[in-house]
Design a protein around this ligand. Structure first.
Ligand SMILES: [Zn+2]
Length: 194
């Protein structure tokens, strides 16, 4: 993704890039960093927040996406660790496996919570109903399976709503436990009480 797509999506929400104060990365796959940098920084007033482990990894790889999108911004970026409250009510959590520093973020406000799951599970059917299946894009496939199972079990047990980057519209919903280590995506649109 290039910045134009990100800017167009923000415009639909009535937001201009200069209004963005923070950009927080779950990980540094190309489809998650492509909007950061074009002719210059896409978000000129924003602080970029990145998991330190993730940057440690990608900065040593021959990654064209990292070099084009993150490298120009990294000197001014804030590098964070799992467990850090990166902003009031936003806590970084380790979710390693998909990438070495893949990080989820728990948003809390009063008794309300929302988990940003990044790419902990990528497909709304396969990854959720069969979390033990290995995924092509997972860097450490066994670690990713452990993380995926843990994230899904927690979402189901605690009934935490989540936002998943690759989930179908509206990408926000819940995870229902269907038994024997298998789960189902329940889009928020079908939650009539929300
Ligand atoms: Zn990814």
């Amino acid at each position: 993704m290039e910045p134009a797509g990100t800017i167009a999506a923000l415009a639909l929400a009535g937001v201009t890039p200069d209004q963005i104060t923070h950009v927080v990365l779950t990980h540094m796959h190309p489809d998650h960093i492509g909007g950061l940098y074009g002719e210059g920084p896409t978000f000129p007033n924003a602080e970029l927040v990145v998991p330190k482990l993730e940057n440690d990894f990608w900065s040593t790889q021959d990654s064209a996406a990292y070099k084009a999108k993150v490298a120009p911004l990294i000197d001014k970026a804030r590098q964070i660790n799992a467990g850090d409250e990166i902003l009031p009510g936003i806590t970084a959590e380790a979710a390693y496996g998909h990438t070495p520093g893949h990080t989820t973020y728990l948003l809390s406000a009063g008794d309300q919570r929302l988990l940003l799951t990044g790419d902990s599970f990528n497909h709304y059917a396969f990854s959720v109903s069969r979390p033990e299946w290995k995924v092509l894009y997972d860097n450490d496939k066994d670690a990713a399976i452990v993380t995926r199972k843990a994230v899904l079990a927690r979402l189901a047990a605690d009934r935490i709503p989540f936002f998943g980057y690759h989930m179908p519209f509206p990408a926000v919903g819940f995870i229902a436990d269907t038994g024997e280590g298998s789960y189902r995506f329940m889009p928020a649109t079908y939650q009539f009480s929300v």
